[in-house]
Design a protein around this ligand. Structure first.
Ligand code: F6P
Length: 364
């Protein structure tokens, strides 16, 4: 029997378990492969006395409906910069890739499937360049990977955000309030844009279009001019005012390079109030509710198909490549190419036009 090692890295995302099950089932159908999972990304295999489990039917049956990942994940396990405590109590980032590859080989793994976002796929590329047989599967609710038309988890996040907006609209209407809802997406406005259109927001603020607070205020005032109005604003966590910066702080976790984006909804509220906005304003930050829970049917299907495709790529020896969903087909792209370009909302994207035709303001 040949052996595949599967791992999930970075933030969790609806559909991770469906990918794992897709890989395990395709391997079972094939009959010549065993599938193993490394617990908490590469940390499982790096541990002395590795924490790896054989993904038998007992572990994978029915997991496609479950949120999270049965093999756990971490954003503190980059083998290129592994956070390692020093005798003086400080943390040093150590390159453990050689050790990792020899441990994978010592366990007789023939291939590795790394399910993760851009950071995880940059690790895949580095390991591939060192000779590891590795395949990537793209994961992120942010939908910010350019090589694939969609990532699984994104549609579920949009569904969750839209359902939340629907609930907030009730309060906005009943109280004549202005409600600001902050959604995830990092530097991409996809979740905000889709949610604003699906939920019928009046204002949508995204990282790709820096906003003017005065323009937002003007739009709010115009909604209240004719008497009792209400306004729903969807704001992406990475949105910023035209003369300001993104709101967030550096992660406190050693080995996590990301800025933790947060606070723009409350900042906008305080700026509007400072400028004399008469409407009662309330803010809601959806946060990790967008990443949790069961994936919607579309994401289960996308994630399962990506898992099956990843297994087929292992069989075909298509290493150094990542699964992609392109033009309604399962495809593969070089990981190097996949991580070279970021997918943000382009100024000529049709959804910007759709939104503008609906009268949604981007605070320009
Ligand atoms: O990349 C996915 C994502 O959920 C972003 O939308 C968000 O900025 C970030 O991860 C949050 O990360 P963490 O769970 O580490 O706070």
């Amino acid at each position: 029997m040949k052996k595949i090692l599967v791992l999930t890295g970075g933030g969790d995302c609806p559909g991770l378990n469906a990918v794992i099950r897709g890989i395990a089932k395709a391997a079972r159908t094939n009959g010549n492969w065993e599938v193993w999972g490394s617990i908490e990304a590469f940390n499982g295999i790096l541990k002395d006395g590795p924490e790896i489990i054989k993904l038998t039917r007992r572990y994978t049956a029915g997991i496609h409906v479950k949120g999270g990942t049965i093999i756990k994940t971490t954003n503190r396990g980059n083998p290129l910069e592994f956070p390692t405590p020093q005798p003086d109590g400080s943390i040093k980032l150590v390159n453990r890739t050689d050790e990792l590859i020899s441990k994978i080989k010592a366990q007789n793994f023939d291939a590795v499937i790394n399910i993760g976002g851009d950071g995880s796929q940059a690790i895949s590329q580095a390991l591939f360049e060192k000779g590891l047989n590795i395949i990537g599967v793209p994961k992120t609710i942010d939908n910010d990977l350019s090589a694939t038309d969609l990532t699984f988890g994104f549609s579920t996040a949009v569904q969750t955000a839209t359902e939340s907006l629907d609930r907030l609209v009730s309060t906005a209407e009943s109280h004549h309030r202005t409600l600001i809802m902050e959604v995830m997406g990092r530097d991409a406005g996809w979740i905000a844009l889709h949610t604003a259109i699906a939920g019928g927001a009046e204002i949508c603020l995204i990282p790709e279009i820096p906003f003017k607070i005065e323009s937002v205020l003007k739009r709010i005032n115009s909604r209240y001019k004719k008497g009792r109005g209400f306004v729903n604003i969807v704001i992406a966590e990475g949105a910023k005012p035209i003369d300001g910066e993104v709101m967030g702080e550096k992660s406190k976790d050693a080995g996590d390079p990301h800025i933790k984006l947060a606070g723009i909804a409350n900042y906008l509220r305080s700026q509007l109030e400072k400028r004399g906005c008469q409407a009662q304003i309330r803010t809601t930050v959806l946060g990790h509710t967008q990443r949790g829970g069961t994936p919607i049917a579309f994401d289960r299907i996308l994630a399962t198909s990506m898992g099956v495709k990843a297994f087929e790529m292992v069989e075909a020896g298509a290493f150094g490549k990542m699964v992609a969903y392109k033009n309604n087909k399962m495809a593969s792209v070089f990981i190097k190419k996949a991580i070279s370009e970021y997918n943000v909302v382009s100024q000529d994207h049709y959804l910007l036009n759709t939104a503008r035709q609906l009268g949604i303001s981007f605070g320009e």
